[in-house]
Write a new protein. Structure first.
Length: 290
């Protein structure tokens, strides 16, 4: 068997990108690293081959004869590797997963991240079914579900907590100048009927009728009503982050009520080794940490 003495792929990629762009800065932008990291990679490769690969002048980088020869070989090799990966992915049967999730979690947290999942795992095909009814999110009916769980062990199921359920009030920015809790219209969700009474008790606000105000079929409708200036709604913080960031809604009070419950990925423990589920769990873990 012939032994191939090859350099590390990281310095080789740094060199190939810098040679193709004739720029360390542009190579760093392509590789999503710092210019310093590209320069270190090129220096490491030069030390390994024992000769300079670039000359650096007023007009930028220029390849030495040795650099020209290595660049031609490196570009061809990396192009062939990239083409091979594309062909392999096309030849790999798609891994299908049927996922059940709360509609609000899907629309406010999962869908905005969906393209990143497709980019990281193009082999996955997810069928997403959403509902507002927790009784429909039965793990046995899906490959996995994203449901609300309190952290207690569930026999036969593997649980992965994703997003903490923390609640706080939101309203339209136009209400803030004249906002007064005793005169505020509370907007309720039939899905979470006790949110207001629990939050008001923790926040220490007296004289507010926790039961008064219109009721909506879902949290999403109550949030839409709040954004339109119809009153103040109780929001799950992780699912309203984008609305707060864009100023669609604002928080009229700083208190956040923390609970012991999370949106949680649940699936049959016997399928823990399923490659598709393992890929989904790894991607979700990365999203939670980022």
């Amino acid at each position: 068997m012939t032994y191939r003495r090859l350099p590390s792929l990281i310095p080789l990629r740094s060199f190939e990108a810098a040679a193709r762009h004739r720029s360390v800065t542009r190579a760093a932008g392509e590789l999503l690293v710092t210019p310093g990291a590209v320069s270190r990679g090129v220096r490491a490769l030069e030390e390994e081959v024992g000769t300079a690969l670039f000359t650096r002048g007023a007009t930028g980088l220029a390849l030495t004869p040795a650099g020209e020869a290595l660049f031609a070989a490196a570009k061809e090799g990396l192009d062939r590797i990239a083409a091979g990966l594309v062909a392999t992915r096309r030849a790999t049967p798609p891994r299908r997963l049927r996922i059940g999730a709360y509609a609000l979690f899907a629309s406010r947290w999962l869908i905005p991240r969906w393209n990143r999942l497709r980019e990281r795992h193009p082999e996955l095909e997810l069928e997403l079914q959403t509902t507002a009814d927790p009784l429909e999110l039965v793990p046995g009916h899906f490959d996995a579900v994203i449901a609300v769980a309190d952290g207690r062990p569930r026999p036969g199921l593997q649980a992965m907590p994703l997003v903490a359920i923390e609640t706080g009030p939101v309203c339209a920015p136009s209400l803030l100048p004249r906002f007064h809790w005793q005169r505020a219209t509370l907007l309720h969700s039939r899905q979470r009927p006790d949110d207001w009474s629990r939050w008001l008790a923790e926040a220490g606000l007296d004289g507010v009728d926790a039961a008064a105000g219109p009721r909506f079929e879902s949290i999403a409708l109550a949030l839409d009503a709040a954004a339109e200036g119809l009153g103040v709604a109780m929001a799950i913080q992780a699912l309203v982050a984008q609305d707060l960031a864009t100023g669609r809604v604002v928080a009229p009070h700083p208190h956040i009520r923390r609970t012991s419950r999370h949106f949680t990925l649940l699936h049959d423990a016997a399928r823990a080794g399923d490659p598709a589920l393992a890929a989904l769990r790894a991607w979700l873990a990365n999203e939670i940490c980022s």
